[in-house]
Write a protein that binds this ligand. Structure first.
Ligand code: C2E
Ligand code: MG
Ligand code: MG
Length: 743
């Protein structure tokens, strides 16, 4: 423009300045420069006319996505089609960084000097473009939210959902980075759970402490979305390490709600300034809400599952989960074949005693500490479970030999050696442990039963110890199981009956009373002695029903025999009672009811119990015994001399009679040491003013010796074995005398 502008040209310029568009004239080619630009350059792109004119045309502030194609198209027209018009829509970046959509119509015009120049008009079409884009984005946003919701309903894993949300937000909003962060259990730290990132940055995985003045801090606290259009203009919020790391220029942060406290945040970050619209923000919030619902549901499902598989008190796996782990262990065992698995069955000794004496609260505390000590005694890969009450099981996998199982049992025992500090005080507790080993050929149930059997052996052998399951135990366990299942039917099938053994008064050899003894005529195995089936009945709990039947049956006969001889002293009825029955708090009451309904006087009934009932859970048993004595029932200590009771146990019990066990009676007429013990036992009974009955008297010499020592009564084969009720009836009819002429 060397020539001086004339009046006409100036007018044109004035008009051109009025056109609401950028109007420019420029040289062609890669090194082209601006010849003219009107003032709208500043209104539309923020650059002053001087600034604009000072930069080469190739350095126009194109949006990075548009620069290449625009320049290529210009070059094409310049070299190949100079008559073609350039028409295109593209973005340039405003001086402040935001994108501006322009419609460019340019034409090559040859000037007076014969040089081609670009004459261009650029309209700002941002508004049109954004509203079209906005519409498109809105429907994409709706589709994304709907799809995420659908996937959430399909129970897709939470981490997958988080990733999907990140990708969807990045795609729909065309931002460089999105992230989901979760608040730690400490309520202070943040962990990155998912991210979508187009930038080459290392995302920040963990923030140890939430800055309350950061965008996340604010969003978490207020629950309102926080939108920053340009971090460079932000003066109140701090950008924080995560945002700085991502070089954020603009960002949105919304809260993901949680059950009681916020779960975390959803962040959308752009490296350019950006005015997020309210639609954008509500889209981000919708994604966050779908995530919150899915997380919440998953958490409650997890909680339900956890509850159904764990013991509420100790938090240990329960029976169901243990069974599952056991099955899995067996599968692995069969596949690998070169290792062993072992189960330790652990039963707390005298737990009931602690529970009764200290209360359930203390009992619970004890179980919780036991659970903890068990966990400490095993490897992290081993399973410790609570089976029931005071029974625990440990599953050891991949062990080499039984030595490993024994070592663990010893560690467990060592754990019990330390006192348990409970709210109610410090207590020592022991445990009985049964160990069983399995190879791939055994069933899981078998293994568990074997460990259980071994645990019983440990109990039998005095508790506070472990026992290893062996073949001998297996045979006995099988027999016991068979008895148990047969016994369950025996009562209903009338296979049980009572036999009565006369108790003879030594002074006149008259039948003073009888002892009711249970008999089982097994349909195929013949008679089974009480010593074999009564312990089984006690263990299985069947003793309760059987015991009630014994009482009813014995009282029925006692009443009949009393009616036979209304003037004579009634025949005493000895009934054997096991520990289990005495532990039932209703027992004395129940017996009184039965006596009343059978019409039997209180002094007729003699309750026989062995010494060992005084050892386990002594207090409730003693209470029951005292109550029985109060209603007039006589208490007879059976098998005296075989148990471990001390004299002090006997002194404060309202005992009436001692029965000297037949092993001492048998020893009486020999030179054996037991003979001396027998004498001492009888003397002890006398010293306590108790009636003493000798059991199992088989010879006249034994009867004579007993009489000399001051024993009042005897029973035994010398006079009569236990006989059917009819024989007792006959004996009563004949005067009730069973003379053996002792001389
Ligand atoms: P126990 O109460 O000490 O019963 C005495 C046992 O000695 C009976 O054995 C009886 O048959 C046996 N006996 C009696 N005289 C002689 C004799 O001269 N020589 C020998 N060698 N034995 C003699 P049984 O009937 O086998 O009963 C064993 C144990 O079973 C009983 O010992 C008792 O503790 C228990 N028992 C029996 N019936 C019942 C019952 O109905 N309920 C409960 N809980 N236990 C019972
Ligand atoms: Mg007895
Ligand atoms: Mg006895």
């Amino acid at each position: 423009m060397a020539s001086k502008p004339d009046q006409d040209q100036l007018d044109y310029r004035a008009i051109i300045e009025q056109v609401p568009a950028i109007v420019s004239i420029a040289q062609t080619g890669a090194d082209g420069r601006w010849l003219y630009v009107n003032g709208w350059i500043e209104r539309i792109l923020g650059y002053s006319v001087e600034e604009w004119l000072a930069t080469p045309t190739v350095q126009r502030p194109f949006h990075p996505e548009d620069a290449d194609w625009v320049i290529a198209e210009e070059r094409r027209i310049e070299t190949e089609a100079p008559d073609e018009e350039f028409v295109g829509e593209y973005r340039m970046l405003h001086r402040d960084g935001h994108a501006v959509w322009l419609r460019d119509t340019g034409k090559l015009i040859t000037d007076a000097n014969g040089r081609r120049r670009w004459y261009a008009v650029l309209y700002d079409i941002s508004e049109q473009r954004t509203s079209a884009e906005e519409l498109e984005r809105q429907s994409a946003a709706q589709a994304a939210v709907a799809q995420l919701g659908e996937h959430a309903l399909e129970r897709i894993a939470i981490d997958e959902l988080l990733n999907e949300a990140c990708a969807a937000a990045a795609r729909v909003l065309a931002v460089e980075m999105t992230a989901v962060v979760q608040v730690g259990i400490d309520q202070d730290s943040l962990d990155l759970r998912a991210t979508w990132c187009a930038l080459a940055i290392e995302p920040l995985l963990h923030v140890p402490s939430i800055d309350p003045g950061s965008q996340i801090g604010v969003a978490l606290r207020t629950g309102r979305p926080s939108v920053i259009e340009d971090w460079r203009l932000e003066s109140t919020l701090r950008r924080g390490a995560g945002m700085a790391n991502a070089d954020a220029r603009s960002s949105v942060c919304v809260r993901i709600e949680g059950h009681e406290v916020p779960w975390g945040c959803f962040e959308v970050i752009s490296s350019r300034p950006r005015a997020f619209t309210s639609t954008d923000v509500s889209f981000i919030q919708s994604l966050a809400n779908v995530l919150a619902d899915a997380i919440e549901r998953q958490a409650s499902e997890d909680a339900i599952e956890h509850r159904s598989l764990h013991d509420a008190l100790t938090g240990l796996p329960n029976r169901t989960l243990f069974a599952d782990r056991l099955d899995q262990a067996f599968e692995r065992l069969r596949r690998r074949g070169n290792s062993l698995a072992s189960i330790l069955f652990i039963d707390v000794d005298h737990f009931k005693q602690v529970n009764d004496a200290l209360g359930h609260q203390a009992g619970d505390e004890l179980l919780i500490s036991i659970a903890q000590r068990l966990r400490e005694a095993v490897r992290p890969t081993d399973t410790v479970a609570r089976r029931s009450g005071d029974e625990f099981v440990v599953l050891l996998e991949e062990i080499i030999s039984e030595r490993d199982a024994i070592t663990t049992a010893e560690r467990i025992a060592a754990g019990f050696a330390r006192p348990f500090v409970l709210g109610a005080g410090t207590h020592f507790v022991t445990a009985s442990i049964g160990i069983a080993l399995a190879d791939g050929y055994m069933s899981a149930t078998e293994l568990l039963e074997n460990a259980d059997t071994a645990m019983y052996r440990a109990k039998e052998r005095g508790r506070a110890r472990y026992e290893l399951f062996d073949e001998d135990m297996r045979v006995r366990a099988m027999a016991r199981m068979r008895i148990e299942s047969d016994l369950a039917r025996a009562l209903d099938h009338g296979e049980l009956r009572l036999a009565y053994q006369p108790v003879i008064e030594l002074s006149n050899e008259a039948m003073y009373g009888v002892e009711a003894l249970l008999r089982w005529d097994h349909p195929t195995r013949g008679p089974i002695p009480p010593s074999e089936f009564i312990p089984v009945a006690e263990e299985s709990g069947l003793i309760e029903r059987i015991g009630r039947w014994v009482i009813e049956e014995a009282l029925h006969h006692a009443a009949r025999w009393a009616q036979m001889r209304p003037d004579a002293a009634p025949l005493r009825m000895g009934i054997n009672i096991s520990t289990h029955q005495l532990q039932s708090p209703r027992f004395p009451e129940m017996l009184a009811e039965y006596m009343a309904s059978a019409g039997v006087a209180e002094n007729v009934v003699h309750i026989e119990f062995p010494e060992r009932v005084l050892l386990d859970d002594a207090e409730p048993v003693r209470r029951a015994l005292r109550q029985l004595s109060e209603i007039g029932v006589a208490l007879v200590l059976d098998d005296f001399g075989t148990g471990e009771s001390s004299i002090s146990h006997l002194i404060d019990l309202p005992l009436r009679t001692l029965k000297i066990d037949r092993t001492y009676v048998a020893a009486l007429t020999t030179e054996r040491r037991e003979s001396q013990v027998a004498r001492a036992l009888i003397a002890m009974g006398q010293a306590l003013s108790l009636r003493v009955i000798g059991e199992g008297v088989e010879t006249a010499q034994q009867a004579i010796a007993l009489r000399q020592l001051g024993c009042q009564a005897v029973q035994g084969f010398l006079y009569s074995p236990a006989v059917p009720a009819a024989e007792i009836t006959a004996l009563l009819g004949a005067g009730a005398r069973v003379t053996r002429t002792l001389g």
